[in-house]
Write a protein that binds this ligand. Structure first.
Ligand code: FE2
Length: 387
């Protein structure tokens, strides 16, 4: 096997209808810090808030970030070219208020982001805490390779909380060596939903303590209408490693393929796809992820991948300077927007110990700070930008 050029998962970017509400949810409910407040590098009308993960003694710091962009429609965000439907893009950009900003998952969109919880007791603590705060949680489900609960962000995007036990290696010696059918008791229709729903932590959990605080990403799951085509793309073209082929546990007839994005299969480095044959295409919008980003080590590797993917016929954007990283976007065969990026450096305009405390703007942006701050504060209707 060739050495993997991708070095892990970098980030996931979601669209929110109300960033303040999203921020309260992430900081007060989920206990994650804001690590950057800025505006989108392609359109300063779009406010952006990025959340990171706290570090814990004895544990390696986690560099993944969750970014939320607020604005409707989000069609502004695909650089250079339009969205999956050019006509809808034009309509949406020209008249955002009559666009349809609500996302709906389907083929070519993300399904959920899974965050890593240290262990199953931690999972139960999250369930109790969130439930007590009025947030509906489903699970804990036995996913055979980990245990997981599910909730929604304030806009409806699905967030999973997942343990790393027992791991991917317990039902095959060579990961990804063949299709592994799932035990009936883990499948929809076969599992005991009543006892799953009843299980929770026995005591109230008013604060997020280090024993169960979120540790970073666990995996990112998207939807494919053709699992084999997606496998070919992510293994042969992008260069990831297939580590598990199994059933989709929550809908009969679907598959679930897992891909590792780094050599040592560290938590957070996994990308997965539900294979739902013939599934309808989704639509990007609020309450859905816009894209996920994989990481390469440096600028040179990014340039190399950009040219390599372009030569292989993959639709790629130009490499953009996103202030904190260099990035380009591309699409998988279902049209899902993916990105490759260099590692993020959040300290180019803030000290490491005071991240996320001010609105960070580029030098050019500083000239328009008053207008930008005003826009973020009052969120006026966007000005049509098409003729
Ligand atoms: Fe998942």
């Amino acid at each position: 096997m060739n050495q993997m050029v991708i070095s892990g998962v970098h980030s996931q970017t979601f669209v929110a209808a109300n960033l303040l509400r999203t921020e309260q949810f992430y900081t007060e409910v989920l206990g994650l810090p804001v690590v950057k407040r800025t505006v989108h590098h392609l359109d300063s009308h779009l406010p952006v808030v990025t959340f990171g993960f706290r570090s814990f003694p004895g544990e390696a710091p986690r560099g993944e970030t969750i970014t939320y962009v607020e604005w409707n429609p989000i069609f502004y965000m695909m650089p250079e070219k339009g969205f999956t439907d050019q006509e809808a893009t034009n309509r949406g950009v020209a008249s955002p208020r009559v666009g349809d900003p609500k996302g709906r998952w389907g083929a070519g969109t993300n399904h959920h982001l899974a965050l890593h919880v240290p262990n199953r007791n931690g999972l139960l603590k999250w369930k109790r805490r969130l439930t007590d705060l009025g947030i509906h949680v489903t699970g804990p489900y036995n996913r055979n390779y980990f245990h997981a609960c599910y909730l929604r962000d304030p806009d409806g995007a699905i967030i999973e909380l997942a343990t790393s036990e027992p791991g991917f290696g317990h039902d095959e010696v060579v990961l990804g060596s063949g299709f592994r059918a799932q035990p009936k008791e883990n499948l929809i229709g076969g599992r005991d939903e009543v006892s799953v729903a009843a299980e929770t932590w026995p005591h109230p959990v008013p604060s997020v303590t280090s024993d169960f605080a979120l540790r970073g990403f666990h995996h990112i799951t998207s939807i494919s209408a053709n699992a084999e085509r997606t496998e070919k793309f992510f293994v042969e073209t992008v260069g990831l490693r297939l580590i598990k082929k199994t059933d989709y546990l929550d809908e009969k007839g679907g598959t679930h393929f897992y891909y590792a994005c780094d050599e040592d299969l560290s938590p957070g480095s996994v990308l997965t796809f539900f294979g739902l044959p013939g599934y309808l295409a989704g639509r990007l919008g609020t309450g859905l992820s816009h894209h996920f980003t994989l990481q390469v080590e440096n600028d040179a590797a990014l340039k190399e991948e950009h040219s390599r993917l372009g030569k292989l016929g993959v639709e790629v954007s130009s490499i953009q300077n996103a202030v904190y990283n260099q990035i380009f976007h591309f699409r998988d065969p279902d049209g899902h927007i993916c990105a490759l990026s260099t590692p993020t450096n959040l300290t180019v305009d803030e000290d490491a110990d005071s991240l996320g405390q001010k609105l960070c703007l580029t030098e050019a942006g500083e000239k328009d700070r008053i207008a930008i701050e005003r826009n973020i504060a009052y969120r006026p209707a966007p000005v049509p930008i098409l003729e």
